[in-house]
Design a protein around this ligand. Structure first.
Ligand code: TYM
Length: 320
C-alpha cells in the first residue's frame, strides 16, 4: 500500500492539521510505503512572499518530524523538489472539465473570503491530483475538507486512463470520522483563514489564552451542561481516553463544573500530549542541516516514482 499526504506551509500548523492529517500519516507509515510533502507550490496561491514561504516551509518540515514522521519509513519532501508534478498537472488539465473545478467548495470558500480568484487558485485541485497520482498513491489521509479534492483526483485519473490507457492508480481518501472536522475556538471548522486555530506548538501563556477563549454557551458553574455540541468537550475528546471522556461527560451533566475548569483540564491534556513533541522540535531546530538532508533524500525517492509515472503518461498521450 502506498500512502501520500501534504500540508500547505501557509501558517502555523494547528490541531486540525494534526488530527486530520499528521497523526493518521504517522500511523499509516507503519503500514505501507509513505510519502509526505510540503505543498509549497499550493501555498503560493495565498503566500506571495519569498522569504516568508521559505521560512514556513522549513517550519512545516520541523513540525512533521517533531510529530513523529520517521524519515526511515517516510519520504518527506518539498513539493517544489518534484517539478514533474507540473507536467503531469497539464496532462490532467486537458481531461479536466471546467465544471468539475467550478463545483469545488474550497475554491468557492476562498473566493468568498476575499482571496483573489487567480488561475492558480482555480487549478489548485488539478495540481493536487498530480501530487497524488505522481507517486501512484493508494491512500490519501486528509481531513473532510479535502475529500472533494481527492474525488476530483479520482475522476481525473479515471478520465485519463479511459482516454489513454491504464496509467494511474485510483486513490482512496482515508478520513477518520472522529477527527474529520476538528472545530476551532469558535465552533466553526478549525482553519488558518478563520483565525480560530489552536497551534500545535503554542505553549505557556499564549496557549492558555487561546484555550480560555474557546466559545461556550453561558451556563453558570452550578448548571448541568450537555457535553455534545460543546466546543471544549469536542476538543477534549481528541486528547482523552474513552474513560476520561465519560468521566468529564458525567461531570458536565451533574452540574458544578464550570467551563473555565473544563478548559483547564483540556489545557493540561494538550500540554501532556504535545510536551514531548515540542521538546523534539526544539532539538531538531538546532540541527537544520539534518532536516535539509531529510528533505533532499525524500525528494530523490519520490522523484523516482514521479519520473516513472510521467514517462508512462507521456508515452500514453503520444508525447514521445
Ligand atoms: P491544508 O494545508 O489546508 O491542510 C492540511 C491537512 O489538514 C487537514 N485539516 C483538517 N482536518 C480536520 N479538521 C480540521 N479543522 C482541519 N483543517 C485542516 C486537511 O484536510 C488536510 O488534510 N490541499 C491540501 C494540501 C495538499 C494535499 C495534496 C493533500 C496539496 N496536495 C495531495 C493531500 C494530497 C491542503 O490545503 O491542506
Amino acid at each position: 500500500m502506498r500512502i501520500l499526504t501534504g500540508i500547505q506551509p501557509s501558517g502555523k500548523l494547528h490541531i486540525g492539521n494534526y488530527f486530520g492529517a499528521i497523526k493518521p500519516a504517522t500511523e499509516l507509515q507503519e503500514q505501507g510505503d509513505a510519502y509526505i510533502f510540503i505543498a509549497n507550490y499550493h501555498a503560493m496561491t495565498t503566500v506571495q512572499d519569498g522569504p516568508a514561504l521559505r521560512e514556513m516551509t522549513k517550519d512545516v518540515a520541523l513540525d512533521y518530524l517533531a510529530c513523529g514522521i520517521d524519515p526511515e519509513k517516510t519520504a518527506l519532501y518539498r513539493q517544489s523538489d518534484l517539478p514533474e508534478v507540473h507536467e503531469l498537472a497539464w496532462l490532467l488539465s486537458v481531461v479536466c472539465p471546467m465544471g468539475l473545478l467550478e463545483r469545488c467548495h474550497s475554491y468557492k470558500d476562498k473566493i468568498a473570503k476575499g482571496i483573489a480568484a487567480s488561475h492558480g487558485l482555480f487549478a489548485y485541485p488539478v495540481l493536487m491530483a498530480a501530487d497524488i497520482l505522481a507517486v501512484q498513491s493508494n491512500v490519501v489521509p486528509v481531513g473532510k475538507d479535502q475529500k472533494q479534492h481527492v474525488e476530483v483526483t479520482r475522476d481525473l485519473a479515471i478520465k485519463f486512463n479511459n482516454q489513454f490507457g491504464e496509467v494511474f492508480t485510483i486513490p482512496e481518501p482515508a478520513i477518520r470520522e472522529n477527527v474529520a472536522v476538528v472545530p476551532g475556538i469558535d465552533g466553526q471548522k478549525m482553519s488558518k483563514s478563520y483565525d480560530n486555530t489552536i497551534e500545535i506548538f503554542a505553549e505557556g501563556k499564549p496557549l492558555k489564552k487561546r484555550v480560555m477563549s474557546i466559545v461556550t454557551d453561558s451556563k453558570e458553574l452550578e448548571d448541568p451542561k450537555e457535553p455534545e455540541g460543546d466546543n471544549v468537550f469536542a476538543l477534549y475528546k481528541l486528547f482523552a481516553s474513552e474513560e476520561e471522556q465519560n468521566d468529564l461527560a458525567e461531570r458536565y451533566r451533574a452540574g458544578g463544573l464550570g467551563y473555565g475548569h473544563a478548559k483547564l483540564e483540556l489545557l493540561e491534556k494538550m500540554n501532556e500530549h504535545f510536551g514531548p513533541i515540542r521538546e523534539k522540535r526544539r532539538e531538531l531546530a538546532a540541527n537544520m542541516d539534518y532536516v535539509e538532508d531529510v528533505l533532499k533524500t525524500g525528494a530523490e525517492k519520490a522523484r523516482v516514482l514521479a519520473c516513472a509515472t510521467l514517462q508512462k503518461a507521456r508515452q500514453a498521450a503520444g508525447l514521445e
